[in-house]
Design a protein around this ligand. Structure first.
Ligand SMILES: [Zn+2]
Length: 481
């Protein structure tokens, strides 16, 4: 590297910088004017259809091809890589989907393939197996892969585990930039869906989806029939709660309640590592707890539901009412939408509140207070240790959570004589539902694999027993079929 470790992060040139890079084969344009930058600690994802030029781009960065136009700089220095070895020397390692491994050799042997450390000298020179085993184990552990047995053939690892071995290997040998070719051939072992609707207790049917044409929709079976892999279906708030508990703001909490503030209010309850779905699968619909008898009409048919007072819809409704009444406090907001009240949206109100507009800040305080009141009710019923607030409206952060915490403390039953639950903002953003669905699907796939393995083992035992009966001379295996 040309800079030393004391150079502040922001002043360092990007590790890799492409500026309008193009590649031609005769008059075929394989790549046209691609610019990108990757700095330390950053991930850049390149998406594209088949033939879009992703592999050409990867090959240029990996030193397999050279670009025909534009500039390619490494550590701020313009470069033309002669071959993959030159790329490796500059700290760029490429991990392909089809890894160059020897399937029958142990994991540690593959880890050091081509760069095996030796000990001793002369005729006593031999591979330093102990070091290789230990290094492989510890480098994989640093990536969160705990392989009990690094002596197993690498062919017995899953595709993802093999890719982790390759990444750990590249990092161990000094890679600063990793190019991962995930391609379109990633094995899919299971599919997870976080559905915006009520999902029944055995997680197969979407009973009702307010925004989709699903009524008693047998979603899981309909997809399983087409996909030939296990399919998991769950409510999207449940999957978001799962994600926050596994990877986000709720890590380490064994009693967690998730509240998602979007246009309405969704929610989920997680206890002792399990999502609590209720007898019929529809627990956690907190948005329709009645907080104001005879209050605002709710699309669910009732009046005074919590989500009519503390959600994106409530925020927009209040702002539009103030604007329609031509209240002097709404003039900034009205100016921003050119007088068209219908153009007032949640994100705009959030933006103005952040800029300090008094009316918008006040609207958030109102919403936040109602949020705190509802959370105090939930604490009375469920007594969790942590409330995670997610969903689009929670982007407003302390504008909302601050007032919610205050109101929660004022309304909590038995306050002063009980430990108070934490109220925290979700960490995974709008992807939480997707992350959780994928992780839950992973668990389903694992159960599926284990059950399959047990079935095969049972079958093999049965075969051995049947064979022993056919050949009475051989000793009988024990009869545990
Ligand atoms: Zn309602």
């Amino acid at each position: 590297m040309t800079e030393d470790a004391t150079t502040p992060e922001k002043d360092r040139p990007p590790l890799v910088a492409l500026d309008r890079v193009s590649k031609y084969y005769g008059n075929i344009r394989a790549l046209e004017g691609v610019s990108l930058e990757v700095g330390a600690g950053e991930i850049t994802c390149v998406l594209g259809d088949n033939g879009a030029g992703k592999s050409t781009l990867i090959k240029i960065i990996a030193g397999l091809h050279q670009h025909d136009a534009g500039t390619f700089a490494i550590d701020g220095e313009e470069t033309r890589l002669a071959n993959p070895r030159a790329a490796l020397d500059r700290g760029i390692a490429t991990v392909y989907q089809d890894l160059a491994v020897v399937p029958l050799m142990p994991v540690w042997r593959n880890f050091f393939l081509g760069s095996e450390p030796v000990k001793g000298s002369g005729p006593l020179r031999r591979l330093d197996v102990g070091t290789m085993r230990e290094t492989t184990r510890s480098e994989l552990l640093r990536m969160g892969i705990d392989l009990r047995d690094v002596d197993q053939p690498i062919g017995t690892l899953s595709g993802g585990e093999r890719q982790c071995v390759a990444i750990a290997r590249a990092v161990h040998f000094g890679a600063k930039v990793l190019v991962l070719d995930l391609s379109d051939r990633h094995d899919v072992h299971a599919v997870g869906i976080g559905a915006a609707g009520w999902v029944d207790a055995d997680r197969s049917t979407v009973l009702f989806a307010p925004h989709l044409a699903w009524r008693n929709e047998p979603l899981r079976d309909a997809l399983s029939a087409r996909l030939a892999v296990p399919v998991l279906v769950d409510n999207d708030a449940n999957t978001a709660a799962w994600a926050e508990w596994r990877f986000g703001a709720g890590r380490g909490e064994d009693h967690l309640v998730m509240i998602t503030l979007g246009t309405g209010i969704g929610g989920a309850i997680l206890q002792d590592g399990q999502v609590k779905r209720g007898k019929y699968g529809v627990a956690g619909e907190f948005g329709h707890m009645q907080v104001v008898p005879g209050g605002h009409r709710c699309p669910c048919g009732n009046r005074g539901c919590w989500e009519q007072y503390s959600s994106g819809n409530a925020l927009v409704r209040e702002a539009r009412e103030l604007a329609a009444a031509d209240s002097p406090v709404a003039h900034v907001l009205l100016d921003r939408v050119g007088g068209t009240i219908g153009d007032i949206t949640g994100p705009l109100i959030t933006e103005l509140a952040r800029e300090g507009d008094a009316m918008c800040v006040e609207l958030f305080q109102d919403i936040g207070q109602w949020l705190g009141v509802g959370i105090a009710n939930l604490a009375a019923a469920l007594d969790p240790s942590c409330f995670v607030v997610g969903g689009g409206v929670s982007a407003a952060d302390d504008l909302l959570i601050g007032p919610a915490r205050d109101a929660f403390r004022r309304h909590l039953t038995g306050r002063g004589y009980r430990p108070e639950a934490r109220i925290v903002k979700a960490e995974l953003g709008p992807e939480a539902g997707m992350v959780g669905a994928a992780d839950l699907a992973r668990l389903v796939a694992r159960r599926f694999r284990r059950a399959n393995r047990r079935r095969v083992e049972r079958h093999e035992r049965y075969e051995r027993y049947a064979q022993a009966l056919r050949n009475p001379g051989t000793p009988r295996p024990s009869r545990e079929v």
